[in-house]
Design a protein around this ligand. Sequence first.
Ligand SMILES: Cc1cc2nc3c(=O)[nH]c(=O)nc-3n(C[C@H](O)[C@H](O)[C@H](O)COP(=O)(O)OP(=O)(O)OC[C@H]3O[C@@H](n4cnc5c(N)ncnc54)[C@H](O)[C@@H]3O)c2cc1C
Length: 257
Amino acid sequence: MNIVVLLKRTFDTEEKISIANGQVQEEGAEFIINPYDEYGVEEAIRLRDNHGGEVTVVSVGGEEAEKQLRTALAMGADKAVLINTEDDLDEGDQFTTAKILTSYLTDKNADIILAGNVAIDGGSGQVGPRVAEGLGIPYVTTITQIEVNGKAVSITRDVEGDSESIQTSLPVLVTCQQGLNEPRYPSLPGIMKAKKKPLEEIELDDLDLDEEDVRAKIKTLDIYLPPQKAAGRLLEGDISAQVDELVGLLRNEAKVI
Ligand SMILES: Cc1cc2nc3c(=O)[nH]c(=O)nc-3n(C[C@H](O)[C@H](O)[C@H](O)COP(=O)(O)OP(=O)(O)OC[C@H]3O[C@@H](n4cnc5c(N)ncnc54)[C@H](O)[C@@H]3O)c2cc1C
């Protein structure tokens, strides 16, 4: 089975985001594999181990994304592809990323493409479905279970705490939700092996794309942090006095009643 994982390098979930000159500051920040993409890598490895084939991890980004691609190789993926946009593009949006990935995947005949349900930074959840649309294949989002039997695919997807069962067929793109699996940590032998696994680097030119073809359709006007939340207030004393005080506060301070 030809399995592809779309992998995004994102801010570490522990990082405190800071903004200067209207830009999120990346300097000194730690980066990781987008956590939902880790589920994708783990599931891809399990599918390959059960059905045979090969796992390719693909990222659109700069040179720095090599680190996260190597981590996926250390987990057990077979090869990695970095589509390096550094020299060609200053800006990009979901359209840009999806168009680049679609162009790359067009002649790859992937049986299953696994993406994250959402990137924890950009967070639009658009890239996976856009790629599937571009390729003209079915997609199922927020999956928590997948079973492949020949060409038939049975999927369970999370629908806000409940679940839905879906039957589809290969080729398919799925987006991974928490609960799909428990991603493994790269082992020491895995890390050693990863150094020798192929990591191909290509550019827009190699995909017959130029800047115009992938120009962002979104213009970001402003980026700002949410306002600081004021500390909560605890009312004390007799319940009826608390109710009176609460009503007074809602009316006079919060001005919501
Ligand atoms: C050249 C370029 C410049 C950019 N510049 C900026 C910028 O200045 N500011 C800014 O905020 N953002 C920038 N971006 C990022 C962009 O706006 C989006 O964050 C990105 O396209 C993904 O959208 P998302 O984060 O909403 O991902 P989602 O759609 O939420 O991601 C869902 C899934 O799609 C896949 N995916 C998403 N992105 C990638 C990727 N890059 N490679 C492989 N798989 C992926 C992953 O599987 C991920 O889990 C740039 C992107 C490009 C290509």
